[in-house]
Design a binder for this molecule. Structure first.
Ligand SMILES: C[S@@+](CC[C@H](N)C(=O)[O-])C[C@H]1O[C@@H](n2cnc3c(N)ncnc32)[C@H](O)[C@@H]1O
Length: 333
């Protein structure tokens, strides 16, 4: 049976979408598909295309998966993950033909405006993933979000309206979403933005994040694992772009191994991982990445491991590093 629900944390960067759908076809994406009505109608209307729905809500994903299975459609999948990370990590540049964002959450309070999906940065990211001439459609029924979207679309250098105006408030051609039908029934005005990617090259290419080999550092230290654990204090490091916090250290009763709860933020990714420190039978300490929770061995993880190893080195003057497989740029900073 084909997999309809895909989990972003387990997918390669970028995904080979031809393999996922078993054919090469234009890729159409709906961001925040909610009930899935529009997504399914779209896939039905466009048998020529590979259709993908993005969602962060697990109940919506499960319901969407089951509805799609019941339709028997083979050209639609759903992926669990937030749009900024999914777009940047899972799609090659210029690989999308059409993107629909139907009724994104308006985040009504001013102090929550920074959570709004439509931002200058997000439009720039979309510009890198849509192919030239690719279509971007956005709809909202929210009276404050409509001018917000208008302002950002009108100032982006990467898109142009397909209409003589920035938006229209009626569009009888389009497929409707569940949320839209309720809004219309309740008498709210919907704003429809129908835009197109132009040929302008995006300044920020939003590179696909890179996965590196599983990192490790081999060191010697006269300290026992328990002595290292007793000296631990929460700590933070940053190289400006990446932020690492070593939050807590735990020790195994079974084999004395140390596990360091670690937070790594490197746009567009945030990971909560465990770093491990254990002693080999031959006596060396190994600092590495624990594989619980499918961590992605990125540059930020290397930075975290380098920081932890440097801290252990600083605990005793007779500690030394024997070998490591980190990139030179990280280990030498
Ligand atoms: C107001 S609802 C609209 C649902 C649907 N598009 C409709 O019109 O009926 C917004 C949807 O976007 C989803 N969402 C919010 N932020 C998201 C993100 N960063 N990536 C993907 N989906 C997101 C929410 O879970 C929710 O289902």
């Amino acid at each position: 049976m084909q997999s309809i629900l895909l989990h972003a944390p387990l997918l390669p960067w970028p995904v080979n979408w031809d393999e996922v759908y078993g054919r090469t076809a234009p890729i159409l994406v709906e961001i925040g598909f909610g009930s899935g009505h529009f997504l399914i109608d779209w896939a039905r209307q466009r048998p020529d295309a590979n259709v993908l729905g993005l969602e962060i809500s697990l109940p919506s994903l499960r319901k969407g998966e089951s509805k799609i299975r019941n339709t028997g459609l083979t050209n639609v999948r759903v992926v669990q993950g937030g749009a900024p990370l999914v777009l940047q990590a899972l799609f090659a540049p210029a690989s999308l033909s059409e993107v629909f964002i139907n009724f994104p959450d308006p985040w009504r309070k001013e102090r929550h405006y920074h959570r709004r999906l439509i931002s200058d940065e997000f439009l720039n990211l979309l510009a890198t993933r849509l192919s030239p001439g690719g279509l971007l459609d956005i709809a909202t029924d929210h009276p404050d979000y409509a001018p917000w979207i208008t302002e950002r679309l009108e100032r982006t250098p990467y898109f142009a309206s397909r209409l003589p105006t920035t938006f229209v408030t009626e569009d009888n051609e389009r497929l409707r979403t569940k949320y839209e039908l309720i809004a219309l029934e309740e008498g709210r005005t919907c704003h429809y933005f129908k835009w197109r990617r132009n040929a302008e090259t995006a300044v920020n290419p939003f590179p696909i994040p890179e996965e590196l080999p599983m990192p490790h550092i081999i060191m010697s230290s006269p300290l026992s694992l328990a002595e290292i654990g007793q000296r631990f204090e929460p700590q933070h490091t940053s190289d400006g772009e990446t932020h690492v916090k070593l939050l807590e250290m735990y020790q195994s009763f079974y084999d004395q191994k140390l596990l360091v709860e670690t937070y790594v933020r490197e746009e567009p990714l945030t990971q909560r991982v465990g770093l491990s420190v254990f002693r080999r039978q031959t006596g060396e300490l190994v600092v590495g990445l624990h594989d619980v929770g499918f961590p992605r061995p990125t540059r930020g993880i290397q930075l975290a491991i380098a920081h932890l190893a440097q801290w252990i080195l600083g605990l005793h003057p007779d500690s030394t590093v024997i070998a490591n497989n980190l990139s030179n740029a990280i280990w030498e900073t």
